[in-house]
Ligand binder design. Structure first.
Ligand code: FES
Ligand SMILES: [Fe+2]
Length: 443
């Protein structure tokens, strides 16, 4: 297979394309699993999902069943979910609380620190039988940042902190919204999309499809709020290590600090209180950035943190070249009042939920692209938009930033220049509050 030829990246002519076999080939998916997923930091969970001793949850990360549990000693550990005896899954529920995990097959029993504490017929094993060696195995690396827990199957990987690099600024802008810390709201969205996993990356940082694809949502917003900003004004940025972001003027309300007529009237005093407190804590400038801007932050290779109508965590796993499995959760400040939490949840579900006003449109668009890839006569997809200018949030630098890192990894390289080679002037201007557009709060 000609891996080098999968990408055309011509900075002189401003042309960027990828070969559509990248979206349909099982062989490429196998290489991606080995060279990307087995070597990158992969999102597992948020620490607030495991607050109490004994709390556990199970997930699948790059095809491996895992479970995380807070042990009796208060420490959060992650285990590979496979019995040391003959392989059965030890943790068989998505979440719960347990002091011990007993394998249902032959009843080997482990405590919530992963130690083997019992086997039936102990006398069936000699003195030399080493129980310690039979403790549950852990992935080589587990690290967290601002409560987000990641695993890495590569023992030699760089630290999570370094890997996140420039993306930390945007994670902070999301996590700083709370005084006591953000928490995952219990309950999740889970659904499959019949499309290649990389199509959701493109879609998640694509500021260009909003108006045509989500017309229903924007009609709804305008019906309630005729002065809503038209179009998104902002920038796109390739952050390095495959991460990318768009940050732009908010086109809808945000429960942390912008009330608009989409929200119930009773939530308004609460929203204003939160805004005042935000300014007290961070000053006008940073508070304005948190409140009046939205951001879509993609963490390579399969996590998106959407700080839009309400912050969400969404990650997905490839199941086949033409299928991915998506999971999503809402984030909220621990201290949030009931009325604001209700507003946040309806905002999250109304836009990003699987039955909301946006996600079904996006799933349809992605499945439509996948169906179109059956046309073998059209070999290339184009991602050139904005290559000749300082990238706007409606350009495609966000996708090129991913694709360049993807290509380097496929080719067995670790580092690459993910930018277009141009300065991010719009980003720099954005940091200067005086030049940044403001969303006027509706009266
Ligand atoms: S496979 Fe778990 S006890 Fe046998
Ligand atoms: Fe969308």
């Amino acid at each position: 297979m000609d891996l080098a030829g999968l990408i055309v990246d011509d900075k002189e002519r401003g042309v960027f394309r990828y070969h559509r076999s990248a979206m349909t080939s099982q062989e490429i998916l196998d290489i991606e699993r080995e060279r990307i997923f087995d070597k990158s930091w992969l999102y597992l969970c948020h620490e607030t999902e495991l607050e109490n001793r004994g709390d556990y949850l199970r997930r699948t990360v790059n095809g491996r069943p895992l479970f995380a549990v807070r042990g009796a000693d208060g420490q959060l550990r992650v285990f590979l979910n496979s019995c040391l005896h003959r392989g059965a899954l030890i943790c068989r529920q998505d979440q719960g609380s347990a002091e011990v995990f007993q394998c249902f097959y032959h009843a080997w029993t482990y405590n919530n620190r992963g130690e083997l504490i019992g086997t039936p017929d102990e006398a069936g094993y000699p003195e030399s039988f080493n129980r310690e060696e039979m403790s549950l195995k852990q992935p080589p690396r587990v690290e967290s940042y601002r409560g987000l827990v990641f695993v890495n199957y590569d023992p030699n990987a760089m630290s999570l902190y370094d890997f996140l690099g420039n993306a930390r600024e945007y994670i902070d802008a999301m996590m700083d919204q709370s005084e006591l810390g953000m928490r995952i709201i219990p309950g999740s969205n889970k659904y499959d999309i019949g499309a290649n996993w990389k199509l959701l990356i493109e879609n998640s940082v694509d500021g260009y499809h909003g108006l045509p694809t989500h017309q229903t949502f924007f009609d709804y917003v305008r019906a309630l709020w005729p002065e809503a900003p038209k179009g998104s004004v902002g920038y796109g940025r390739a952050l390095g290590n495959g991460h990318t972001v768009t940050e732009y003027q908010a086109a809808a309300g945000k429960p942390i600090a912008v009330w608009t007529p989409q929200f119930p009237l009773e939530a308004r005093p609460e929203v204003e209180k939160v805004h005042t407190r935000l300014v007290e804590r961070f000053g006008e400038e940073y508070a304005a950035r948190m409140a009046y801007c939205q951001r879509n932050l993609f963490i390579y290779p399969n996590l998106i943190l959407n700080d839009v109508a309400a912050p969400t965590v969404r990650y997905w796993e490839p199941i086949a070249p033409d299928c991915m499995r998506v999971s999503a959760w809402g984030l909220a400040p621990k201290e949030e009042s009931e009325v604001l939490l209700k507003t946040r949840l309806s905002s999250f579900l109304g836009f990003l939920g699987p039955g909301g006003l946006a996600t079904p449109d996006d799933s349809e668009a992605l499945e439509s692209c996948q169906a179109g890839f059956a046309v073998k006569e059209v070999e290339w997809s184009d991602i050139s938009r904005g290559m000749h200018r300082s990238p706007k949030s409606i350009d495609e630098i966000q996708m090129r930033g991913f694709w360049r890192q993807w290509h380097a990894h496929l080719m067995g390289q670790t580092e690459c220049d993910v930018t277009d080679g141009t300065e991010h002037e719009l980003y720099k201007a954005w940091l200067d509050e005086s030049t940044r557009p403001q969303t006027s709060v509706a009266q």
